[in-house]
Ligand binder design. Sequence first.
Ligand code: GUN
Length: 282
Amino acid sequence: MAMIIDGKQIASQLRGELKEQVASLEKEGRAVTLAVVLVGNDPASQVYVRNKKNACKEVGIRSMSYELPEETTQEELLELIDKLNNDKSCNGILVQLPLPGHIDENAVICAISPSKDVDGFHPVNVGRLSTGQPGFISCTPYGIIMMLKRSNIDIDGKNAVIIGRSNIVGKPMAQLLLRENATVTIAHSHTKDLKKLCSGADILVAAIGQAKYITKEYIKEGAVVIDVGMDRDEEGKLCGDVDFDDVVDKVSAITPVPGGVGPMTITMLLYNCVASMKDDIS
Ligand code: GUN
C-alpha cells in the first residue's frame, strides 16, 4: 500500500509551530512582518495574494499590503522596494509574479534586499543555495524537502529525477536534493526518452504543467512520486501532472493533488518570514 503524503496535515502541523514562534517573537517586541506587493489585476495573482495574506494572519504574521495599478512604472515599483528595503518594521518582501509586461521582472527581483527575499528568488540567495551557504530557499521545492523529511523518506544516495527546469521549482529542487546527497537529473522538454529516464528514478518530481502526463510506464516499482502540477482534467477538475489512479499501486509514496505540494508552498513562505526575523536561514 502506498503512503499518501498528506501535505495539508504536514502544513497544518508546521503552521501550528510557526504560530508559537511568531507569538514568542512578538512578545520580545519583534513582530514578524511581510510586505506583499501586487501590481495590476491578474485574477490568479489576486487569489494567490489573498491566500498569502490570510495565511500570514492565521499564524500571527503582520502583512503590509501594496496593491498598485497596472500602469505603475518600473521606476515607481523600484522606489517602493527601496523604501521597504530600508523599512525596519518589515522583515520580508514579496512581489507577486508575473508582473505586467512593461516591467522587467529580473530588475525587480534583483532590487529586493537578499536579507528580505523570503521568496528566495534573488540571485544572491540562488547562489547561496548552490554553494552550500545559508540563504532563503524557494518555497515550493523547500516545502517538498520538508514533506519528504517529515514523512521519514530517505533521500541519501537515491536517484532523483526532476521534470521541469524553472528557476522557481526545477533548479532549486535539484540543488536541495543534491544537498541531501541524492543523485540528481533534471529532465525538460528536450530530454530524449523521458519514460526510460523516469523509470530509473527512486524519487520522481513532476513539474511539467500537463494534466495526468505521468502514467505507470514512467514509474519504477516502489518509487516516491511528488506531483507539483496544478492542472485541470477533461471534466475541469483539479488534478496533477501524475495520473494518480494509474500509478498509486506501483509507488511506495505519492503526493495527491489537491492536498499535497500546494499547502506546503505558502507555509514555507511563512517559515521563511519567521526565519528572516530569527536570522535563522538554512
Ligand atoms: N507567482 C507564482 N508563484 C509565485 C511565488 O512563489 N512567489 C511570487 N512572488 N510570485 C509567484
